[in-house]
Design a protein around this ligand. Structure first.
Ligand code: PRP
Length: 177
């Protein structure tokens, strides 16, 4: 099978992750340790690259959530599948997502993590589909805005395929069988 066409190249991703890391390092320079919380599965590659380029003290946590979807359409309901292992009270938290689409997942995460009294909570996503937003949610760091297209690679999948692709590619409806 052919690889999906390139939407965002490896080089562009690398440059943008460098820029995000520099911005985040500067913003958190006087705050001490930041807890990066990667949301599985999609964020695993972005989190790995971003975390290695930061110049500030940081620790890594993961959460997994599951959204109820009718085929590929989000119903807005989210439930936690795996929680972080540490107490985040009085700590600076940065949620790291691969993509924000309807915004339901990020809203749920901000709600649940915010209730644990962190010192601060910010959000970072590699990709943002602004046109698809269904809820208002604050995103502090955005890698790339994209249109309403299906994307794979750099951690993102379609039916678990193509997560390990080194770039962001697009999948056409005909490819999804
Ligand atoms: C994706 C992505 C976000 C969520 C965003 O996860 O990683 O967590 O969808 O969608 P929303 O803004 O519409 O809520 P997905 O459910 O595809 O799981 P995965 O990361 O394990 O592939």
């Amino acid at each position: 099978m052919n690889n999906p066409p390139v939407l965002i190249s490896e080089e562009k991703i690398r440059q943008r992750v460098d820029e995000l890391a520099a911005q985040i390092s500067s913003d958190y320079a006087d705050k001490g340790d930041v807890v990066l919380i990667g949301i599985l599965k999609g964020s695993f590659i972005f989190l790995a690259d971003l975390s290695r380029r930061l110049s500030i003290p940081r620790t890594i946590e993961f959460m997994a959530v599951s959204s109820y979807r009718n085929t590929s359409v989000s119903t807005g309901a989210v439930r936690m599948v795996m929680d972080v292992r540490s107490n985040i009270e009085n700590r600076h938290v940065l949620i790291v997502e691969d993509i924000v689409d309807t915004g339901h997942t990020l809203k749920y995460l901000i709600g649940i993590l915010g209730s644990r009294k962190p010192a601060s909570i910010r959000t970072c996503t590699l990709l943002h589909k602004a046109e698809s937003a269904e809820v208002d949610v604050r995103i502090d760091y955005i890698g790339f805005g994209i249109g309403d297209e299906w994307v794979v690679g750099y951690g993102l999948d379609y039916a678990e395929r193509d997560r390990s692709l080194p770039y962001i590619g697009t999948i056409q409806p005909d490819d999804r069988a």
